[in-house]
Design a protein around this ligand. Structure first.
Ligand code: PRT
Ligand code: ZN
Length: 304
């Protein structure tokens, strides 16, 4: 029997992720790092969760906010740009805010930006008065313009926004930018950022009040653990007792310098959790301050 799509009859959690596209692979990798695994289905739309009662729905990113709002899915991994755009659209037609951003996930980073023809001199926001701006994010753009008292026409396009100025359908554009190569290839230059975006975990605006609550809590705790450890390294070394204060001062940004139990005499064994990249320069500094036998280890998993 196929799983029911009605929220009331569900005890399993359901997470919507992009079927294919920029966020698809990193979203799966992140959920797998949280200990989830799935049985792939033949239609590749619904993946039954095997390790936990957490299923995946593989969809277009545009559909994810609506699926959460309608209660068809409990969570979704989607760009903040999409979430904010649809929240604006919902507000405009008087629908309640049925979802919210729960965690930024650190991938799919991009900016929603205004870009003008390269040949223009950028003179500031007042220059936008009376111009036509092409975008796939009309709601975010309208709100942004309104907040700044700018009266410009918003030209809604579902794709190929960057060629609108060349085609004469708009004067400038408002679009997502990551490397900036697409803008440059179309003789456009970025001038203003409307939104800093990245993939986020979105969930319902209200807490769960049924069997899904415990499961959702566990998932969020695991996710926090994975996100925290993402760029973490465990630093291990030995040091003479008298050098420890100087070494601690070099490690103030790491998580507690811990002295491991050992003998009374000789060097101490120490460890510290470092968040971010541990450079060679940093290791050499520590070595000069007295650290011996330095080792940098990847951290696989941790539970607070
Ligand atoms: O099929 P489906 O509807 O699911 O996918 P989609 O085609 O709508 O989305 P997809 O996979 O292109 O993007 C999904 C999400 O990735 C977006 O909603 C953003 O949150 C995020 N993201 C990150 C980006 C970019 N970076 C990005 N660069 N989305 C789009 N772009 C576009 C950009 O507008 C430009 O046209 O990619 C092009 C290349 O960018 P540059 O600046 O590197 O040249
Ligand atoms: Zn899309």
């Amino acid at each position: 029997m196929s799983p029911s799509l009605t929220p009331a009859t569900r005890e399993r959690l359901r997470i919507a992720i992009q079927k294919s596209g920029r966020l698809a692979e990193p979203a799966r990798t992140l959920l797998a790092a949280c200990g989830l695994s799935w049985r792939e289905s033949r239609d590749k739309l619904f993946c039954y969760g095997e390790s936990l009662p957490v299923d995946l729905l593989l969809v277009r990113d545009d559909d994810i906010p609506g699926l959460i709002a309608d209660g068809v899915c409990d969570f979704g991994i989607v760009g903040r740009n999409e979430l904010d755009e649809q929240a604006g659209e919902r507000a405009l037609i008087g629908l309640p805010q049925a979802y919210r951003e729960l965690r930024p996930l650190g991938f799919g980073n991009c900016r929603l930006m205004l870009a003008i023809p390269e040949s223009w001199e950028w003179e500031g926001l007042q220059q936008l008065q009376g111009l036509r701006i092409a975008t796939s994010y009309p709601s975010v753009l309208r709100q942004w313009l309104q907040a700044r008292g700018i009266d410009a026409a918003v030209v809604e396009l579902s794709g190929s926004v960057e060629i609108a100025p060349k085609l004469g359908t708009a004067d400038l554009i408002c679009d997502l930018v990551s490397s900036g190569a697409t803008l440059a290839a179309n003789q456009l230059k970025p001038v203003e950022t409307l939104l800093e975006s990245e993939a986020v975990l979105a969930g319902p605006a209200r807490e769960f009040d049924d069997a899904r609550a415990g499961l959702a809590d566990m998932l969020l705790r695991r996710l926090d653990g994975v996100l925290k450890l993402k760029d973490s390294k465990l630093l291990m070394f030995r040091a003479e007792r008298e050098t420890v204060p100087a070494l601690s001062r070099l490690l103030t940004d790491s998580e507690g310098l811990v002295t491991l139990p050992g003998g009374e005499d000789g060097p101490l064994s120490l460890q510290a959790m470092c968040h971010g990249v541990v450079t060679w320069q940093r290791l050499e500094e520590l070595q000069r301050a007295g650290a011996q036998g330095l080792m940098v280890l990847s951290v696989e998993r941790s539970l607070a």
